[in-house]
Design a protein around this ligand. Structure first.
Ligand code: HEC
Ligand code: HEC
Ligand code: HEC
Ligand code: HEC
Length: 406
């Protein structure tokens, strides 16, 4: 029963609820817009249909022959993940052959969807540690002002109500919305403004859930994060006026793509708080109204911030040219050297986009694999931005050829 796609999905949903308290793994969020590369919801479907779950788990659910894709590749961009995806073709080719399966090919948008899904599942962090949470609340002196489970100060509101959420984002949302008055109170009572590192907010949330006296709790599950709505909120709340379109930064606010690189969701919410005092000042100086979030809105903004790195695609064609030689591609694909083993890529129709290059390589992998084996050269592997730069070079090669051909 659990082996069918439906059972798998149900289990996935349970895992996600345990993990971050959203309403199921991506499942219900079909609304991701096309401005974000790939659609994780279709990716989830393809991931099951193409048999990836036979070998790969997401957060412990699924096959065990390959690595758990909920854990690998955190914070990697689309093209970086595409490189990782390519690296495992030999393994896949061998498996497919030994089982007599067909090589599954992808269209460009299908592959983008699958990779987008692998990226999306990492939005779900691990739950916090309540013991550590108790310690952070004491060290950061939250309890001097807030009561929880009947104990603690009465200066600020009791925090018990937050126990109805599994995810830590509503807590971060409450702090952001009340940030100004909370900081003023902290200043007047000589309590240092708290800063959060790593998973601390998630730890505190988990502790609140343990220690709260909230009775008759109905657990509130948030809808799955929707980065496309987050993108709209990022503009409508005024964030873009300082951080620029796509978070690229302006002279009034830093480039967020760099700042939040490799961060998990609870870390992003921590950074948001850590910088909120300076941001409040900057908003006052520029006459921008302090944005308050309705319940759930911050989840989507954070999901959007999380996706900022994903679509990053500019490549360095010059570095790509070197990679083309170093990885041995030129040995089979360089028309000028007279090699005819592989097609002349400057005339190839498929290298017009970055995902096009990756998709074509994946689809041709089995024949390339044969050619590479016969030539006795190692299978080319990609690290960091190599795939992106290589694709930029091939794109340039093609457009140069198109110009010359006119
Ligand atoms: C027959 C088992 C098997 C199947 C089916 C399979 N994989 Fe893999 N995959 C592996 C193994 C094993 C690895 C470890 C790397 C290696 O040995 O090449 C891996 C590695 C990966 C990696 C890189 C992870 C890392 O840590 O670098 C990605 C991404 C990936 N697989 C995605 C997929 C996708 C998407 C599908 C479905 C289209 C898929 N895999 C199907 C076995 C499989
Ligand atoms: C010096 C006292 C003080 C300390 C220390 C303090 N807070 Fe607060 N906090 C307040 C006050 C006062 C408010 C209400 C501000 C307002 O009315 O806008 C508040 C509001 C909040 C809210 C929004 C509450 C709601 O439900 O509306 C949250 C969440 C919160 N604090 C969490 C924390 C956490 C977590 C810590 C420790 C890391 C902390 N606070 C430390 C005084 C404090
Ligand atoms: C008035 C300009 C302004 C607005 C509006 C603004 N920010 Fe900022 N933001 C800044 C500045 C300046 C910093 C750096 C603050 C510092 O150094 O502590 C910053 C820092 C950040 C950081 C931390 C970056 C890092 O280096 O770790 C995040 C995340 C962030 N902002 C997100 C947002 C979001 C989300 C919004 C909208 C709700 C927003 N900002 C609105 C000016 C702004
Ligand atoms: C040992 C020879 C060999 C090496 C090395 C090699 N390829 Fe290939 N490549 C081929 C062959 C043969 C084909 C055609 C496969 C087919 O028709 O299915 C091909 C096909 C392709 C295609 C699809 C072209 C199209 O128009 O459909 C791309 C893109 C590609 N290779 C890129 C690369 C890159 C990038 C490298 C270096 C990382 C590389 N190849 C290394 C032999 C090789």
């Amino acid at each position: 029963m659990l082996d069918g796609p439906g059972g798998r999905r149900a289990l996935n949903a349970i895992v996600a609820v345990m993990v971050l308290g959203f309403l199921g793994v991506p499942g219900a969020a079909g609304q991701v817009s096309s401005t974000l590369a790939g659609n994780p919801m279709s990716g989830e479907r393809l991931f099951a249909e193409r048999g990836c779950t036979r070998c790969h788990a997401i957060w412990g659910v699924g096959g065990v022959l390959g690595p758990d894709l909920g854990e690998v590749g955190l914070g990697r961009s689309l093209m970086q993940l595409a490189g990782m995806f390519w690296n495992h073709t030999p393994r896949m080719i061998e498996t497919v052959r030994s089982h007599g399966f067909e090589w599954s090919t992808f269209t460009e948008s299908d592959l983008a969807d699958v990779i987008s899904y692998i990226y999306y599942v990492k939005l779900y962090d691990e739950p916090g540690d309540p013991t550590l949470g108790a310690r952070w609340m004491k060290e950061k002196r939250c309890s001097e002002c807030h009561s929880l489970g009947g104990a603690g100060g009465q200066v600020g509101p009791a925090l018990d109500g937050y126990a109805q959420y599994v995810a830590p984002i509503p807590l971060a949302e409450g702090m952001w919305n009340h940030g100004r008055d909370m900081r003023a109170m902290q200043a007047s009572r000589l309590v240092p403004v708290p800063r959060f590192y790593g998973n601390e907010i998630a730890d505190i949330q988990e502790y609140i859930r343990r220690a709260s006296r909230l009775r008759g709790r109905t657990i509130v599950l948030l809808p799955p994060p929707d980065p496309a709505r987050g993108e709209r909120l990022f503009r409508s709340k005024g964030c873009a006026s300082c951080h620029g379109a796509s978070g690229r930064g302006t002279s009034f606010g830093p480039d967020l793509r760099m700042a939040i690189q490799q961060l998990r969701v609870s870390e992003i919410t921590g950074e948001l708080w850590n910088h909120s005092a300076r941001m409040t000042e900057a908003m006052e100086e520029r006459g921008i109204a302090y944005p308050v979030f309705e319940r759930g809105e911050l989840t989507d903004v954070v999901a959007y911030l999380y996706y900022l790195r994903f679509g990053e695609t500019e490549g360095d064609a010059r570095a790509g040219k070197a990679i083309f030689t170093i990885k041995g591609c030129s040995g089979c694909h360089d028309a000028t050297s007279g090699s005819t083993v592989g097609p002349d890529l400057s005339r190839s129709e498929v290298v017009g986009t970055q995902m096009g290059v990756t998709t074509a390589m994946w689809n041709h992998a089995p024949s390339m694999y044969e050619a590479v084996r016969q030539a006795g050269i190692p299978w080319p592997l990609f690290q960091g931005n190599e795939m992106r730069d290589l694709a930029a070079y091939l794109q340039e090669l093609r457009s140069r050829h198109a110009l010359e051909g006119r």
